[in-house]
Design a protein around this ligand. Structure first.
Ligand SMILES: Cc1ncc(COP(=O)(O)O)c(C=O)c1O
Length: 422
């Protein structure tokens, strides 16, 4: 328990005599009384998103007039294609501004069903699809529907920053399956088996992976499917970066593997492939029995994803797809710029990412860990990067950088990092 003075929550510093703060409670002693804020136990176990924290720090420095380059985020640096914007704006002006079906407009669910069939070899019923405000919303509604106190969720480490907090919000425990950087974060059956407990319900998989850029091979997918079937696990396959692969790597969908359709929820969205992060559109697709339960959470929490935005998403799926290839070739070029530049820094080793738009560099050869290097880079090089520990202990000696930035910015960021670390 600590005592300190506070001046937020609408209470003026002058009014506050003291603040008594515990894990889940804040009691502000005011001039004429007190007010206490009690928080749920789960809030004490959560930290704000570390990737958002990097962007906030960059924004703060920029507001002070400092020239900072933000490599911390995960936002494509391309505008949403015009035909997608036009479809949404036409719908907006045509009065499509009301509630729509909670699971999503029929046209979009049908377009998603067809996309899953054609692109991924995944067969789902339209009743097995929910359109959500962003992939994040699909993931948390699914987690809340499937696990709670006493359940374990397996995540591959390194993995995306929000899986564990989502499990925590649901009251479940996260068990990390640490993957070895020296083995290129290869997923093996043995690694999964060693971490399954009698309480494990769920295994969350993400390929192409954020932060490592790994694209799972058929052998790794087989290991995951074998473990899921033997231990009777539900698999969440987060395929949000599926379109962003390099060097002929092929994205494989878990739900398309033999015997996996009935135990897999495919999570995806429009943010990355269609440069639509601000539109907040994603989806989950899977067995109708599971989707019906997730619908209870979705309908009570978000009602429906934005009506006119969904019209844009139909245009995204049904319209021309060639700009995806154009974005990916630009990122391919910047990937080389960044990785080659990083590998010239003494003590830094960065493997070539196979997919997504992040470079995950091992900085242990500098004698510092990822958090120390991230601090040094923001303070001295004015480059915002995410410390690897944000993605799990397996990447604590790493930093993650997004190369979804212009060639000029990537080149300049690399130059600054070289200067600061050499
Ligand atoms: C691995 C992964 N999954 C899901 C998401 C969620 O994306 P959105 O909510 O924008 O659809 C992200 C976003 O960065 C991500 O990196």
């Amino acid at each position: 328990m600590q005592i300190r003075y506070l001046g937020h929550n609408g209470v003026q510093p002058a009014d506050v005599c003291a603040c008594v703060e515990t894990h889940t409670e804040r009691i502000l002693k005011l001039q004429g009384g007190f007010v206490s804020y009690r928080f749920a136990e789960r809030i004490g176990q959560l930290q704000p998103s570390p990737t958002v924290a990097v962007s906030d720090r960059v924004r703060e420095l920029k507001q002070q007039g400092i020239d900072v380059i933000d490599l911390g985020g995960g936002d494509p640096d391309f505008p949403t294609p015009r035909h997608i914007c036009e479809a949404a704006s036409e719908a907006l002006f045509a009065g499509d501004t009301h509630y729509v079906a909670s699971a999503g407009i029929p046209e979009l669910r049908e377009a998603i069903r067809e996309k899953l069939r054609a692109d991924n070899g995944v067969e789902v019923d339209t009743a097995g699809i929910i359109v959500t405000p962003g992939g994040k919303s699909a993931l948390i509604s699914s987690v809340l529907a499937l696990v709670g106190p006493g359940d374990d969720v397996l995540t591959l480490d390194p993995g995306w920053v929000s899986y564990e907090p989502m499990a925590t919000i649901a009251g479940a425990r996260t068990v990390h399956v640490p993957l070895d950087a020296a083995d290129n974060y290869r997923v093996t059956r043995d690694a999964i088996d060693r971490h399954v407990t009698p309480s494990t319900q769920l295994l969350i998989v993400n390929s192409p992976n954020n932060p490592s850029g790994r694209v799972l091979s058929q052998a790794e997918i087989d290991a995951i499917c074998g473990a899921a079937q033997e231990h009777d696990l539900i698999v969440f396959s987060d395929e949000i970066y599926e379109k962003i692969v390099y060097d002929g790597n092929v994205h494989l969908s878990i739900a398309a593997q033999p015997g996996m359709a009935e135990r897999t929820l495919t999570h995806n969205g429009f943010s990355k492939a269609y440069a639509m992060t601000g539109w907040r559109l994603g989806y989950v697709a899977g067995p109708v029995e599971i989707i019906r339960q997730i619908m209870k959470i979705h309908s009570h929490s978000v009602t429906c994803a934005t009506s006119f935005a969904q019209r844009g998403a139909v245009a995204a799926l049904e319209g021309p797809q060639n700009f995806i290839g154009e974005m990916v070739s630009a990122w391919d070029r910047r990937r080389a710029l960044m990785v080659d530049g990083l590998n010239q820094i003494p003590g830094v080793h960065c493997p070539m990412p196979e997919g997504a738009f992040y470079a995950l560099a091992n900085v242990s050869g500098t004698g510092k860990d990822g958090t120390e290097i991230a601090e040094l880079l923001i303070n001295e090089a004015r480059v915002g990067v995410t410390p690897g520990v944000a993605f799990g202990d397996a990447s604590a000696d790493h930093i993650r950088m997004s190369f979804a930035n212009s060639d000029e910015l990537v080149t300049e960021a690399v130059r600054r990092m070289q200067e600061a670390l050499s």
